[in-house]
Design a protein around this ligand. Structure first.
Ligand code: NAG
Ligand code: NAG
Ligand code: NAG
Ligand code: NAG
Ligand code: NAG
Ligand code: NAG
Ligand code: NAG
Length: 385
């Protein structure tokens, strides 16, 4: 980065230290790195692809400061060597290029392991594959393997303050206590590696915000609200990673919106407040009907009104979607000329100027600390305490 660019980013950041009840991170998912998961390793550009750079330019120019970039663990860590610190350097290089494209412009990139807390057979995601940490499954990767993976990945991004670590997309149909154990192993590994950036911690039940206090699977899994309070982060820089869809089975696969959002966020919002936690809604998406637009808009208004929510990324942009009904990819997505300009973009505009290039964090600890973090982020160094 040129010094003048760095200096102007510092000035911008200093002017934009967020106040309390404010959305710190907002933007979209760029899905695609996990596509064609039945084809391993797959071909870059046709089977999978992380971003279209001009789409990223479009969103950053519109004021977005966060892009969630999805990747597939079986491509990052080939089956031959297993989940751990041995990467496919070609796939990693393609991913790193996408992440750096975003963060070099002062925006934040969420590194999203899009694996449903499973590893070894992504062919029929979200159902296939061995549950990580399942000791009754001899094929399963362990919590230690997952921790080793995150230790390596976070080490590679140690000096990039603009990344956010998304431990795992949508764990489901497993003991909530095992989600907790895996999450905790990853947090410990990332902090032991010396990485201080924000960590997004997923719950069970597809990370569903609407049922955070409910049983999380048909087999009566313990509610996230009862288990996740055991999470410990030595840096105290994490947010719970949650998802929310608005169709009748909260799967995000139907055009119609029938759920009572944002009222169904009341229980989890109260839980967050009671426990002094923050949350990041890293996936939410709705059809383009009038009811959907209203529900979506009200959900974003809810997050803006409740400081427990520090950020959101809409599902989804991405270079390979084609005419997928939720796609906001500029120029091609069916929602690029509807949901994006009508619902999402006005919120982004109202947040301007957004924080850029500060160390990713779960909240703001006063103007002074915020300014220090912004400065450190822009300069890429730690200032003496
Ligand atoms: C990337 O996006 C630009 C502008 O939207 C479009 O013209 C181009 O075809 C896209 N490239 C690919 C490879 O999808
Ligand atoms: C690594 O990834 C590249 C790009 O997808 C692929 O061509 C190559 O076969 C992969 N190598 C292994 C060992 O999976
Ligand atoms: C969660 O439990 C509450 C209280 O029993 C119930 O009203 C609500 O419908 C449940 N939500 C879901 C998504 O199951
Ligand atoms: C959801 O709605 C679709 C039609 O849009 C219907 O086919 C499906 O059975 C419904 N699912 C539930 C759980 O109500
Ligand atoms: C809530 O968390 C913030 C940020 O971590 C901390 O500064 C504050 O002291 C906490 N408040 C309570 C009541 O625990
Ligand atoms: C959206 O509108 C622009 C011009 O305003 C047009 O170029 C583009 O093709 C439209 N996209 C879709 C998906 O209709
Ligand atoms: C979204 O909600 C805000 C606040 O109530 C309102 O000003 C705006 O018009 C709404 N947007 C849409 C598309 O309904």
């Amino acid at each position: 980065m040129l010094f003048s660019r760095a200096a102007s980013l510092v000035l911008a950041a200093l002017q934009t230290v967020p106040s309390a009840a404010e959305i710190i991170f907002a933007g979209v998912n760029s899905a695609g790195g996990e596509f064609a998961q039945q084809i391993l390793p797959g071909a870059f550009g046709t089977d999978y692809r992380f971003i279209n750079e001009s789409a990223i330019d479009f969103f950053l120019n519109a004021g977005v400061n966060t892009i969630r970039v999805t990747f597939l663990l079986e491509r990052m860590c080939p089956l031959e060597t297993g989940l751990g610190s041995t990467f496919n350097e070609t796939y990693f290089g393609e991913f790193e290029k996408a992440v750096n494209y975003i963060t070099m412009q002062g925006a934040y990139a969420v590194l999203d392991a899009h694996n449903y807390m499973r590893y070894n057979d992504p062919s029929m995601q979200p159902q296939s594959g061995s549950i990580i940490g399942d000791s009754s499954d001899p094929q399963a990767a362990t919590a230690e393997d997952l921790a080793e993976f995150w230790s390596e990945l976070s080490t590679r991004f140690l000096s990039n303050p603009n990344v956010i670590f998304g431990i795992m997309n949508e764990p489901h149909d497993m003991p909530t206590e095992l989600v907790l154990a895996n999450d905790q192993a990853v947090i410990n590994a990332i902090r032991s590696a010396g990485a201080q950036q924000l960590i997004l911690v997923p719950g069970n039940g597809f990370a569903g915000a609407q049922r955070w206090l409910n049983e999380t699977c048909d087999q009566g899994c313990t509610p996230n609200a009862e288990v996740m309070t055991a999470i410990q982060d030595p840096e105290n820089n994490f947010a719970f990673d949650m998802h929310l869809y608005f169709d009748n089975d909260t799967s995000g696969t139907h055009e119609e919106c029938t759920l009572a959002a944002p009222n169904n966020l009341i229980p989890v919002t109260n839980w967050l407040a009671e426990n002094n936690y923050t949350a990041f809604l890293s996936e939410f998406g709705a059809g383009s009907t009038p009811t959907c637009s209203e529900t979506l808009n009200n959900t974003i208004n809810w997050m803006e009104d409740h400081s427990q929510f520090i950020g959101w990324t809409y599902w989804a942009a991405g270079p390979l979607w084609g005419d997928y009904f939720l796609s906001v990819e500029p120029g091609v997505g069916p929602q690029a000329n509807t949901t994006w300009p009508e619902v999402l973009e006005p919120h982004i505009r109202s947040y301007q100027p957004m924080q850029r290039c500060g160390v990713s964090s779960s909240g703001t600890n006063g103007v002074f600390d915020g300014a220090i973090k912004a400065l450190e982020g822009c300069l890429g160094l730690r200032l003496p305490a």
